[in-house]
Design a protein around this ligand. Structure first.
Ligand code: NDP
Length: 297
């Protein structure tokens, strides 16, 4: 009998790649989604993978959904807790609603997905829990206090579950993807995306399939001794500090200073600081230079 794998948020993005890779590896797969019926129907049509709709943030909804999957396909052996959302805002502007939406989906959602199937896995003495965390749970990220908290929380969940499940043949591991080319990342303005790519030593975004292959390995019997671990798949981004490089272009004809990304500077072309270089970003005071500070590639 093929093993049964459940992938939350498995109809789009990274989750869709995971669902397909698990199917290709011989699992019977159930993919869940929250509300995008059209994408889910398209996904089922093109892959033959069954999709189920429920909100991972709701425990009763999740429990009922998981029971339905087990009634249809058999006991769930592999859980991939992948569903996740961002609601970004700088901390001083973050609303309690933005905080709670992300906590409820990304963190409580993992509890709601794993808890109902845990007793069955213990009884059958086999289980694989794989949580899709994030690079931003490892390093933090501006405007993502809520998101980073949940993704760091995922790592605490798997390390604890690893200890509780080990004797019952259950492993729990996390994957921390860097920036992956999915709708979530492609929705970011192109300029911002370019600055993100400039920080990735590999020089590109990751592909969803690259994360999916990590999942297939962690789900396999070959990974039985890997428990409570984190696979970091980010193109080396974590290991590189962002550097800045200044490119100076002096336009002596202009009488304005456009100073980007710096609070003070001196015009090295003229050796002058007549531009009142204590100016703030986008200073429009009298000056002889334009100073551009670019992120280095
Ligand atoms: P997408 O936005 O492309 O897809 C998200 C999936 O999750 C969709 O299927 C969506 O359903 C589902 N989902 C969202 N909220 C809920 C909910 N409350 N209940 C059930 N399902 C829900 O996301 P990605 O593929 O980009 O990301 C997948 C995971 O990987 C997330 O946990 C994300 O945090 C993490 N990650 C992503 C990175 C990236 O660069 N993309 C980087 C690091 C981590 P529906 O289609 O109905 O909306």
């Amino acid at each position: 009998m093929p093993r049964v794998a459940l992938v939350t948020g498995g109809s789009r993005g990274i989750g869709a790649a995971i669902s397909v890779a698990l199917k290709d590896a011989g699992y019977t797969v159930a993919a869940t989604y929250a509300g995008n019926d059209e994408a889910a129907a398209k996904f089922t049509e093109s892959t033959g993978i069954k999709t189920y709709k429920w909100n991972v943030a709701d425990y009763d909804d999740s429990k009922a959904g998981l029971e339905k999957v087990e009634a249809d396909l058999g006991p769930i052996d592999v859980v991939v807790a992948n569903a996740g959302i961002p609601r970004d805002a700088p901390f001083h502007k973050m609303t309690p609603q933005q905080w709670h939406e992300v906590i409820d989906t990304n963190l409580t959602g993992v509890f709601n997905t794993v808890h109902p199937v845990w007793p069955g896995m213990r009884e059958r003495k086999f289980g694989r829990i794989i949580v899709i965390s994030s690079i931003n749970g490892q390093k933090g990220q501006f405007a993502q206090v809520n998101y980073a908290a949940t993704k760091a929380g995922d790592l605490g969940i798997i390390k604890s579950l690893a200890q509780e499940g080990a004797r019952a043949g259950i492993t729990a591991n996390a994957i921390c993807p860097g920036y992956i080319a999915t709708d979530m990342v492609m929705a970011v303005p192109e300029k911002v995306r370019e600055s993100i790519i400039a920080q990735i030593p590999t020089g590109r975004l990751g592909e969803p399939e690259e994360i999916a292959r990590c999942v297939v390995f962690l789900a396999s019997d070959d990974a039985a001794f890997i428990n409570g671990s984190t696979i970091t798949a980010n193109g080396g981004q974590f290991f590189r500090k962002m550097r800045t490089r200044r490119v100076r272009i002096c336009f002596s004809v202009t009488r304005r200073c456009y100073l980007y990304r710096s609070r003070r500077a001196t015009c090295r072309c003229t050796g002058s600081n007549r531009s009142g270089m204590r100016c703030n970003t986008r200073c429009m005071r009298t000056a002889l230079c334009r100073t551009f500070i670019l992120l280095s590639g």
